[in-house]
Design a binder for this molecule. Sequence first.
Ligand code: MV4
Length: 510
Amino acid sequence: MFQKVLIANRGEIAVRVMRACREMGIKTVAVFSDVDRDALHVRFADEAYPIGPPPARESYLIGERIVEVAKKAGAQAIHPGYGFLSERGEFADLCAKEGVVFIGPRGDVMRSMGDKVTARQTMEKAGVPIVPGTTERLTDEALTRWVRDIGPPVMIKAAAGGGGKGMRLVKDEKELASAIARARSEARSSFGDDSLYVEKFVEEPRHIEIQILADSHGNAVHLFERECSIQRRHQKVVEEAPGNHISPELRAKMGEAAVAAAKAVDYVGAGTCEFLVDRHGHFYFLEMNTRVQVEHAITEMVTGVDIVKTMIRVAAGEKLPFAQEDLSINGHSIEARIYAEDPDNNFVPSPGEIVVYRPAAGPGVRIDSGVYQGARVTVFYDPMVAKLVVWGRDRQEAIERLRRALREFVVKGIKTSIPFHQKVMEHPVFLAGKYDTGFIDQHLAGGKGDPRPVGEDTLEARRVGFMMAAIRAYRRDKARAAAATSVASGAGSDPWKSFSRRSQMRGCLR
Ligand code: MV4
């Protein structure tokens, strides 16, 4: 087993991985950007090293620098968490080349799933049902012909896309030419790859995903499903395990499909197969996420399996410690993602200092968070401040606990999505478990929740504007501080050196 692991991430997932390491007797190494010097994940780690300025591409996304820190610190492995470098095949390749274990699948496996056209071909061969459509990159002419033959509604999707980026719904043949042109130019500018494919549009789908775990000895199991249909602009808001109205037969079939998917690509580690499930209970493979996911905790709550520890074990070459028949679902779990956003004002980001932070606790409550009272939420990173995860003997008890925990949870200084979650937990459609991916738009947009609809582009421009202003302010402050220090000490600073003294305090949380 590894003696020391570097966590190439920040926030709650970095803390979550460090907890797993500590239970396993593994020393932890944090990396941090200049705005994260006092972040919780830095305090949690045994050692911590600075890696650059706050914009992720100047710190958390610089794979070479992170591998260099790992080698310098003597870490044998790197856990990437989610986001950042977690699904970049080139980073996994770099780790392999430098003799550091990447805790996750091989780079080529990630790339084969990252390209949706390749993934659809692989799944089709493995006998996993895919959404009806094409499994080739198509020219404009071929796309047009295909849509004419099959007929709308269809989804035009970017091969390099995923998570809702670079897709276009075509409801009428008249919209087709412009949809193709826009999808192509968006894909080119976002991914540098304008390959497109087309799928039949699945109406009123539910998003059901299967968690899998696989070792390097050819064993793979699934940990049943999560239902993630409550999303807003492709951002998950509430997830539950098990899913609603999933029969034991459907569960078994989807689980077998996900395991077949994992085996088809020689998968090692934790992964998730996303499926769309239609009104009739037909399921279709959408994409595979080759990382640990935000919502992994609800699966841990109902299966009793520690997914992060298992990832580390299989990365070290150990066999899975359980077989499929050892696994079962116990009770029900729900996650509410608490974001630093204002639900009464179009969910605009609400950065700032967390002046009061009093997380919920008590029976059946688990909170995974990367903040503490007095910490700052910046615009540089994901605005999620905490995952409120509950467990109950059944769905009803889980809902009652989540309602109770939402009332207990106090966050002051920033706006949060807590009031929005309270509305979800009272909504009759949610309570009946009869919702699909249209739930928020159909039932919780409008009224006070969405005073006047603002376009996606406007919101993105606003977010980028916030970020640019923050970068300018940060650079200005830094220039001033540098001028002051050079006057005071007359010396250049070595960040490695200046940090080593403080690192003796690491891991004690004081
Ligand atoms: C679809 C679809 C309907 N039909 N594909 C959105 C995210 C990306 N992973 C795929 N997505 C969708 N693909 C076909 N052929 C509907 C969606 C979709 C969606 C999927 C899962 C969860 C929420 C969603 C919200 C809107 C659209």
